[in-house]
Design a protein around this ligand. Structure first.
Ligand code: GLC
Length: 743
């Protein structure tokens, strides 16, 4: 029976109301038995349930109940398959119900501003559109089971360094175009039960105390109806946070309820504000109560099988020279690398799951390949044993038909709580790579890492490369499926792999210092930055190979609606054909390029995608619609989204650097320039259709306006300044010009 929130508000005392806006313990809201309000439980995510019945912590130290560990975000995002993420979300919801957990604290949708962020394994992409579509899949899946989610961490939490204090100085345009859209998409289309506000400041104000973030943007602009929960320990001043829009403080801080009572009593806090926050908490509890009394279990084997399928679909085939992969079962295989025997399949910190089981790649490969041997090749902790291990591996590799070499990042290299300082694979592993490849050129490198690593040396030596990311508890069996061809790789990079860390646009401004970090690259994050700087990359955003081949043809565009009505739309359709000899899946990527803009814009931006699976020889039409937002940019001048009239290219890419088909459209609409004033520049007047017309009479007797070169020289001067020079344009002329402008 849902709670009668209005009635309860009338019954609750001030003290009871104040208590409801903080948790009662690490993972529970506060009950008020007197009026029948129960407590409900929340637990981490995002890629597996971390329900702690006993000792609680927010960094993954304490024990948690067994749960399926699915591929982490950076892995599953590489599937580019929202319906897969939805299925994983449904499974997460079923596991939460079995543990009486009402809200799963995920997905994490912060942008990957720098490859160094320690939690990049827990985030989906460097692109906001992709992250929004995929995050929505998870939220829809979880919430379809009657369990809530917490889209996190709102906002601009893009590093671990100094995360509780750092002030992210971000332009309004970069916030709206890069750091908000994934949240906006999930909130407007998925209504997540909760939003988790981040630890950091945004432009001077802590997220938990930031009314612009939590009220103006989240609730007024996006229409968010749910609850804002703090990140654990992210409330620094309870009353200002409550006023700004943080409904629930977690974990509880003993002094908070009394501070709220005092603030109301003294008049510093309007009780109606407290009532709003309490109502939001009660509405959450009312929804969340449904799972309190269920007695359900979940199908561990089915969930493990889903984890295996997801891990395989998340893998990205980066190289496969000579079609080395897939490897026949008869292949005399040498498996090298401690990661084959000691799997790393998830990241450290609050997302750490106690898996129901873990598949070991070495065991799976020994079972799949009857003539297989193993050599550790290196130690997970570099040391004196590395040299003999390396030599032993090279010897073992020499006579094999093919070598599968596991390389990756040790757990200590990346985690919640700190950032990396470089992108290199460990030196001892690279030494083994060189030795093994010298002994046998037929080497397949399998990568196990949460954040991107530099691959130039791997690419120079290995004949094939499969990026497995942190693929979850079933990654070991998934890699066997991929190598023997049971699964055909269909992953695509959701983040760029650069040649050098220095090429990344955030490099000079990461992680900041003195508790301030300036997002100097603005909107030019990830591929947007590499493309705008025309920097070569190792593997571009959207890249991924297959064991089969595809052809993409017949791009058609159908434009409808208009900018003025806000319903501009372009229907995009292409034909995809599997021209190879085995079943496979292809991702159609649709990018939009503003051919000529009055503001800086990235060369192209992902605005649509679709994944299709095809049998050999089959074709299908893939359609998607680009809405008005796909052509828009955030105008800081106007404080809103605008579409600048002109030409746009709609590009179909196999990845962000391989454009297969392009069609140009022309979009009409009102000028987005600032309205002309006396302080507009001469060039702005000349570029404005009305303004230039008004200047014609002046042109005839003003030397200023007759000389093209001179116009270029003085063109960026305000008219009010030029009028002061009095050479053919005086103050009276200017007053008359401004008066003649349409109001
Ligand atoms: C952590 C994380 C957050 C997590 C929460 C609870 O510090 O930032 O993602 O959900 O605390 O563990």
């Amino acid at each position: 029976m849902p709670l009668d929130v209005t009635d309860l508000l009338g019954q609750l005392t001030l003290e009871e109301k104040a208590s409801l806006t903080s948790g009662s313990s690490f993972w529970y809201t506060t009950p008020v038995q007197r009026v029948g309000v129960p407590r409900v439980m929340v637990s981490d995510g995002p890629h597996g349930l971390r329900a702690q019945p006993g000792e609680s912590d927010h960094v993954g130290l304490g024990e948690s109940l067994p749960a399926t560990c699915f591929p982490t975000a950076s892995a599953i995002a590489s599937s580019w398959n929202p319906s897969l993420l939805r299925r994983v979300g449904e499974a997460l919801g079923r596991e939460a119900r079995a543990c009486h957990v009402s809200v799963i604290l995920g997905p994490g949708v912060n942008m990957k501003r720098s490859p160094l962020c320690g939690r990049n394994f827990e985030y989906l992409s460097e692109d906001p559109y992709l992250a929004g579509e995929l995050g929505l899949g998870i939220v829809d899946g979880v919430q379809s089971t009657g369990v809530g989610t917490s889209v996190k961490h709102f906002a601009a939490n893009n590093q671990e360094h100094d995360r509780l204090r750092v002030d992210a100085i971000v332009s309004e345009r970069a916030l709206h175009e890069i750091y908000f859209p994934a949240f906006e998409r999930i909130i407007t289309a998925g209504q997540p039960w909760t939003v988790m506000c981040s630890y950091n400041k945004v432009n001077g104000l802590s997220a938990s105390e930031n009314p612009w973030l939590l009220n103006t943007v989240l609730r007024q602009q996006w229409g968010y109806q749910g609850l804002v929960v703090s990140d654990w320990g992210a409330v620094y001043h309870r009353v200002p946070a409550l006023q700004a829009g943080t409904d629930l403080e977690m974990p509880p801080r003993a002094a908070s309820p009394a501070e709220i009572v005092d603030a109301v009593t003294s008049g510093a806090l309007d009780e109606t504000v407290l009532d709003q926050r309490v109502a939001t908490v009660l509405e959450l509890v009312s929804k969340a109560m449904a799972v309190l009394d269920v007695e359900e279990t979940f199908d561990e084997q089915a969930h493990h099988q889903l984890a295996r399928e997801a891990a395989a679909e998340s893998a990205v085939l980066l190289k496969n020279d000579g079609g080395l992969l897939p490897l026949a079962a008869s292949t005399r295989l040498c498996v090298v690398g401690e990661f084959a025997r000691t799997p790393r399949f998830q990241g450290a910190g609050s997302s750490q799951v106690n898996p129901t089981r873990v598949d070991i790649a070495l065991e799976e490969l020994l079972a799949a390949y009857e003539n297989a041997t193993f050599a550790p090749g290196y130690g997970l902790d570099p040391g004196p044993k590395d040299d003999p291990l390396r030599d032993q591996a090279a010897t073992a590799a020499r006579d094999a038909d093919a070598v599968v070499l596991f390389l990756g990042l040790p757990a200590a290299a990346e985690s919640e709580g700190f950032d990396r300082s470089h992108m290199h694979l460990p030196a001892n592993q690279l030494a083994t790579l060189r030795a093994v490849c010298q002994a046998n050129p037929r080497v397949v490198v399998c990568l196990v890492n949460g954040s991107t690593v530099l691959l130039d040396e791997v690419s120079a030596h290995a004949q094939a490369i499969v990026e497995l990311w942190l693929g979850g508890q079933a990654a070991g069996s998934a890699v066997a499926d991929l190598l023997n061809g049971t699964a055909n790789p269909s992953g695509r990079l959701a983040e760029t792999i650069p040649h050098r860390l220095q090429d990344n646009s955030s490099y000079l401004n990461f992680p900041g210092d003195s508790s301030r970090v300036t997002y100097g690259e603005g909107i030019f994050v990830g591929y947007r930055g590499y493309d705008a700087s025309d920097v070569d990359v190792a593997y571009p955003f959207g890249f991924g190979l297959s064991y089969t081949a595809f052809q993409v043809t017949d791009l058609t565009l159908a434009q409808r609606g208009c900018v003025v009505n806000g319903d501009l739309a372009v229907d995009v359709t292409v034909t995809v054909t599997n021209t190879g000899d085995r079943h496979g899946a292809h991702v159609v990527q649709t990018y939009v390029r503003d051919v000529q803009a009055s503001v800086a814009r990235p060369p192209r931006e992902l605005k649509g995608f679709g994944k299709v699976a095809l049998e050999p020889g089959d074709s299908t039409r893939v359609s998607m619609t680009l809405d008005q937002r796909a052509f828009s940019y955030w105008s800081e001048l106007r404080g809103e989204w605008v579409v600048e009239p002109g030409d746009f290219d709609v590009e179909i890419g196999a990845d962000s650097r391989t454009i297969l088909l392009t069609e140009r459209i022309t979009v009409d609409g009102p000028s987005v320039a600032a309205p002309l004033t006396a302080d507009s520049t001469l060039l702005e007047w000349l570029q404005d259709p009305v303004g230039s017309g008004l200047l014609v009479p002046l042109k005839n007797h003003s030397a200023l306006l007759q000389d093209e070169h001179l116009v270029q020289v003085i063109g960026t001067m305000p008219m009010s300044t030029l009028a002061g020079f009095g050479q053919g344009l005086d103050e009276n002329d200017l007053r008359a010009l401004v008066a003649a402008l349409p109001s």
